[in-house]
Structure formats: structure tokens, C-alpha cells
Ligand binder design. Structure first.
Ligand SMILES: O=C(O)CCC(=O)C(=O)O
Length: 260
């Protein structure tokens, strides 16, 4: 596998200072389309899929709303690399691995994969949190790509971040499942709304405070989220979410690229 050196000096210093930057046109329209098609192929098999793979929006589960299709009722896909060749191969994407090597290399795992589907009108918020409050990795050599698969703005639930928040350590979190978040949430006055085009990537530190509002629009807001971590990280204490094993080692010792 060849990797590209993509991280400019400006991106690296912005990442160090602010805890995030946006890489425009990170995936091509064809790549975005193939991911969208794979989502549909997975959801078409629901409920005959592994339990962890497809999670339905709470409002749909409660029967409070009826989506127009099964796919429009899905909240997230989880750990897709374990269940889909396309998503496993994507973990080795040269641009993602290239940036990961520069940020946290040389030994890198795809720590966790997710697809956040945020359906139109009833896709709920994701409360303010730090991803490393879930993972509890030490050292905190962990970061995420959040790649828009639809144009994302405030109305359909784009990412919001607090610049510089990754430098203050892990704040106290409470709550369960998707409501597990910062006990003292920042106000949106301090937040930057990351308005992005389909194919753009937000690259953010694992301890950057972030949040997404509900989707109050008629538009979809799908996003692919891949977190990469150094394989030298260890979970410092038991995470209540038990997601402390990497999905795939993508570079360095123990890496096994997909066949073909
Ligand atoms: O895309 C979203 O709505 C939220 C994603 C997120 O922050 C997470 O799952 O950690």
C-alpha cells in the first residue's frame, strides 16, 4: 500500500491549536456514492444483520414516528469494518492512513467505525461529549475523521466543536448510551458550526468537545466517522461501553491490508 503525505504545516498547527480542521473534497463524489450504496445494501438486509451493525432512531423504536423507509429510520451503523468488505477496505484509504501516520504513527489502528445517519425531521441530537471519554485511551493519541456524505449545515445537524477544548483533559461525563455526555455542557455561543459539503472531512482530536443538533430539516445528513488510534494506547479504566478493542490494525506492526 502506498500512502500520501497530505497534512500541510498549516493543518498540523491548526490541529494542535484548535483540535480540528476541515479538509475539503477529501473523498470524491464517486467514493461518497459507493458508501451511500453500501449503506443501502446493509440496511436492505435489516433485521437479518448482526445486532451491533444497525441501530434504529429512538423515536422510531418508540413508535413515535413512522419513517418512509427502513433506511430513513436508522440512527447509526456501528463497527461496519467487521461486517462489510467495502468499509474494511476503506479503513486503509491512503489519505486517511497517510494523515493518521503523520498525526499518531507509526503503529495505527482503525479504532472504531460508525455511520451517523441523522434522518430528516426526527434525527435526534448527539449531546456534547469527548470521544476519548468513551474510549479512555492513554496516551490520548486518537483522532477522528467525520466525513459528510450529504451537505451539512446547522438545520440538518452539522458538527459543532469548541476550539482548543482538546487541551484541557477529559471532563466529567454522565448519562447512558447516546446521552453519555459532558456533565457541564458548553453553550453554543462558544461553538463553531462546521458547515461542510458532501465529501469534506472534519479531522478532530479525540478530546475535542463536539455536538450535533437534531435534524430539523427535510434533508438527509449522513456522515462517516472513522477513529484512528496508536496501537500503543491502552484503555486506562473500564469504559461502560466496552468498545476498547481496535477494529483493524492499518499500519505498522500487525497490520494486515485487505486482499485484492
Ligand atoms: O454525527 C453525529 O451526529 C454525531 C457524531 C458523534 O459525535 C459521535 O458519534 O461521537
Amino acid at each position: 500500500m502506498t500512502t500520501e503525505t497530505l497534512l500541510s504545516a498549516a493543518q498540523k498547527s491548526t490541529f494542535d491549536r484548535d483540535g480540528y480542521f476541515i479538509a475539503e473534497a477529501f473523498l470524491s463524489p464517486d467514493e461518497v456514492e459507493s458508501i451511500r450504496r453500501e449503506i443501502t445494501a446493509i440496511v436492505d438486509r435489516y433485521p437479518d444483520v448482526p445486532e451491533e451493525l444497525v441501530q434504529i432512531e429512538p423515536a422510531v423504536r418508540r413508535g413515535a414516528v413512522t419513517p418512509e423507509s427502513t433506511e430513513l429510520g436508522v440512527r447509526k451503523l456501528f463497527r461496519m469494518t467487521r461486517h462489510s468488505e467495502l468499509f474494511r477496505a476503506l479503513a486503509f484509504h491512503p489519505r486517511m492512513v497517510g494523515m493518521a501516520l503523520e498525526l499518531i504513527g507509526p503503529d495505527v489502528s482503525l479504532f472504531q467505525s460508525m455511520l451517523l445517519m441523522k434522518p430528516p425531521r426526527f434525527g435526534g441530537q448527539k449531546v456534547w461529549h469527548q470521544d476519548n471519554a468513551y474510549f479512555r485511551l492513554e496516551p490520548n493519541d486518537v483522532f477522528g475523521f467525520w466525513i459528510a456524505l450529504d451537505d451539512a449545515d446547522v438545520a440538518n445537524g452539522c458538527m459543532h466543536v469548541i476550539p482548543g477544548s482538546h487541551r484541557a483533559g477529559i471532563g466529567e461525563h454522565g448519562g447512558v448510551e447516546d446521552d453519555y455526555g459532558l456533565s457541564s455542557a458548553p453553550t453554543t455561543d462558544d461553538a463553531v458550526a462546521c458547515v461542510m459539503k458532501s465529501g469534506d472531512a472534519l479531522v478532530f482530536h479525540g478530546e475535542t468537545y463536539h455536538y450535533t443538533p437534531p435534524n430539523s430539516s427535510d434533508r438527509r445528513r449522513r456522515a462517516l466517522q472513522y477513529h484512528y488510534a496508536s496501537t500503543h494506547c491502552r484503555s486506562s479504566k473500564d469504559s461502560p461501553f466496552k468498545s476498547t478493542e481496535p477494529e483493524v490494525i492499518v499500519a505498522g506492526a500487525g497490520a494486515r491490508p485487505p486482499e485484492g
